[in-house]
Ligand binder design. Structure first.
Ligand code: THU
Length: 136
């Protein structure tokens, strides 16, 4: 998998964002163990609390299609009508979902575009994370 391909998919997914309240549009592209890419966007709600982040949309689509192993996710976010000007780091709840299904070596790419991006592992963004092995 080419990182640029995953970033392009995240930018495409961003165009599907439903974000009429914050006007902050996020796209994510999740590479599953099968090699398939699942896209997700943020989906807001008038109640605010029912909002779902782009990353979790991608994860839940993939998990509900039977995927259980994941390699990487690319994320791009920014205000409606503009290309991303900053890196959109995943929120804490999304990092916890990555812990559940990705594990420490899971790769997180935050991107402004295909030329400007940063790479992290989940262990870097969620050190000493709580996971299933913690309750064995
Ligand atoms: N958002 C995401 O989609 N992913 C994140 O990791 C952070 C926040 C969305 C939720 C909401 O629709 C908008 O960005 C502003 O918080």
């Amino acid at each position: 998998m080419e990182i640029k391909e995953l970033i392009t998919a995240a930018l495409d997914a961003r165009s599907m964002a439903y974000a009429p309240y914050s006007r902050y549009q996020v796209g994510a592209a999740l590479l599953a163990g099968s090699g398939k890419i699942y896209r997700g966007c943020n989906i807001e709600n008038a109640s605010y609390g029912a909002t779902n982040c782009a990353e979790r949309t991608a994860f839940f689509k993939a998990i509900s299609e039977g995927e259980r192993a994941f390699r990487a996710i690319a994320i791009a976010g920014g205000l409606e009508g503009k290309n991303p000007t900053d890196y959109a780091y995943p929120c804490g709840i999304c990092r916890q979902v990555m812990q559940e299904f990705g594990g420490g070596g899971f790769q997180i790419i935050v991107a402004k575009n295909t030329e400007e991006y940063q790479e992290y592992t989940l262990a870097e963004l969620l050190p000493a994370g709580f996971g299933g092995d913690s309750i064995q």
